[in-house]
Design a protein around this ligand. Structure first.
Ligand code: HEC
Ligand code: HEC
Length: 295
């Protein structure tokens, strides 16, 4: 064994000893496989570093230049056409793969975030809320709906649901004449019903007036003949044929849910969308409460 080898082994022993010393003094839990793998990795790196260093130091002592020279030559300084060292190439490839893994499922993207934790907790809370109130009775729903309404909806619709003098939808009636005429003239395409959009200009002039008066009046009394144009989608009784188109007689859960999700732009103004800020039970509660506001 030559002197270099002995020095190398000594150096490796010092590195391993230092690793063991640090592990002991830091009280690291070795039953945790990640800790164990890390320590084995540290020892392997020490051994490999010393081994490879010895190999190359020995090689430098005895090696002579060899191999094929490239054609280029700068003032007598040439270049060998050696293959790329495979160890270097594999390390480079490995580093690239590791970098992608690290970015995507390692630390940065997959890291803990307060927003993420908040969202998780809201989701868990909502799920609990949904199961607790799944079979809530009408009185509970109405009460729940009232409190949500006072916070989220009253600023525009008024605490009594009267629509603040025509600034927003008045819940004491179904729809005003102005609103129905607006929909007849412009159509409707934002609520997200399975039937899709309603085309504009379904009726005009006196026909439109008669239909709007009839719908705004709660669809009572004699039905105007022109309503036939509407009945094909909204149904003879205006109830929307099993949720395919809006029920024109009541604020059912589908309408309230769709308006909350998509917002509504109409004759009175724009209602912002609440996207998915409400759970199904809350939407049901709002619909139950709004139904009680009917004058
Ligand atoms: C081709 C089928 C179809 C016909 C015919 C039709 N509608 Fe509609 N209507 C719809 C659909 C679908 C919607 C919901 C569209 C959306 O997503 O906004 C709608 C929406 C409405 C709305 C808005 C409801 C709300 O609460 O905002 C009113 C009011 C309305 N229709 C009235 C009428 C009247 C009045 C007629 C007859 C003149 C008529 N519709 C004819 C399919 C139809
Ligand atoms: C920023 C004001 C604003 C807020 C907040 C608001 N709305 Fe509205 N909402 C409106 C306006 C304006 C309209 C009338 C849109 C139109 O012209 O058709 C409306 C219409 C409606 C309609 C009637 C849709 C129809 O076509 O019949 C429903 C249902 C409704 N809102 C429910 C709610 C509920 C439930 C809340 C609370 C979660 C709420 N809104 C919060 C402004 C608001």
């Amino acid at each position: 064994m030559n002197a270099l080898m002995i020095k190398g082994l000594l150096f490796a022993a010092i590195l391993i000893g230092a690793t063991i010393y640090v592990v002991n003094s830091m009280n690291i839990d070795l039953s945790d496989p990640i800790n164990m793998i890390t320590i084995i990795g540290a020892i392997a790196i020490a051994v490999l570093t010393v081994g490879v260093s010895i190999k190359y130091i020995n090689q430098m002592k005895t090696d002579t230049a060899g191999g094929e020279l490239a054609d280029e030559n700068w003032d007598g300084i040439g270049e060998y056409t050696n293959e790329m060292p495979s160890g270097w190439a594999y390390s480079w490839l490995g580093t690239v793969i590791w970098a992608f893994w690290y970015m995507i499922s390692g630390y940065p993207v997959n890291a803990f975030s307060q927003i993420g934790q908040y969202n998780e907790e809201v989701k868990a809370y909502n799920a609990k809320f949904e199961t607790v109130h799944k079979n809530a009775d009408a009185a509970t729903l109405t009460q729940m709906g009232e409190s949500i309404f006072l916070v989220q909806c009253a600023p525009c619709h008024g605490t009594t649901g009267d629509g603040l003098s025509g600034k927003a939808h008045d819940f004491t009636g179904r729809m005003s004449k102005v609103q129905v005429l607006d929909v007849i003239a412009k159509g409707s395409n934002q609520l997200g019903y399975p039937m899709g959009a309603m085309p504009p200009m379904m009726a005009q002039g006196a026909d439109a007036e008669a239909i709007a008066t009839y719908i705004a009046g709660g669809m009572k009394g004699e039905q105007p003949a022109a309503f036939a144009a509407c009945a094909s989608c909204h149904g003879e009784d205006g109830k929307g044929m099993a949720g395919m188109a809006p029920d024109l007689t009541a604020f059912d859960e589908t309408l309230v849910g769709n308006v909350i999700k998509n917002g509504k732009k109409g004759a009175l103004g724009t209602m912002p969308a609440f996207h998915d800020r409400m759970t199904p039970v809350q939407i049901k509660a709002l619909a139950a409460y709004i139904a009680t506001l009917k004058g």
